[in-house]
Design a protein around this ligand. Sequence first.
Ligand SMILES: *Cc1c(COP(=O)(O)O)cnc(C)c1O
Length: 220
Amino acid sequence: MIVDQIKKAIVEIQVKISITSNERITLVAVSKQQPDERIDAALAAGHRVFGENRVQEAISRWAHRRADYPDLTLHLIGPLQTNKAADAVALFDVIEVVDREKLAAALAKEMTKQNRHLPCLVQVNTGEEEQKSGISPQDTAAFVRHCQTHHGLNITGLMCIPPADEEPAMHFALLAKLAKTCGLSTLSMGMSGDYLEAIKFGATSVRVGSAIFGARLPRQ
Ligand SMILES: *Cc1c(COP(=O)(O)O)cnc(C)c1O
């Protein structure tokens, strides 16, 4: 049964994490493009921390579940358009994708308006890939400071998605080094294929989708 499979996957991953590190690591279960029965299975297994990469999809999946699970923690892990900042601030608990001035300004404005001062991570484009969002490594420290001092955002850490075709280790190491420079303690890095390696490089939060839920459904 799917409930048992998902529960087993979560427990196994938690065990592997605890063998790899003595630190408290947050397991963000990435629920994008997953059918309802799998989401409900993870909830039935007691899991409460989830990640989504699209605002509208996240609203349709999570808005009605909030009432039943007040202890949910939802992380936004995908690119955010400024015109969706209001919806994102209303739904999510952690914004992992702050990556440009305009977005930082829009988020700060909405957080003040809604009186929801959410923890935020700055996304770093460690591979300096053109198509990928994220601030470049050399601009990260100044951008973090600007978000904190100019916008008053509660920047708690950094996040990265290493290039798909490269060894992730050097990217994890770079993100850890940048976080240290910035005096930030949260490091969101590592996915299904490399979360244990990310933890060895200091990840405090890992984003795991398919290893928990199985393959994602194609988007309509
Ligand atoms: C989809 C996604 C993940 C999860 O990927 P898996 O390989 O299924 O674990 C992690 N991080 C981000 C930013 C994603 O978009």
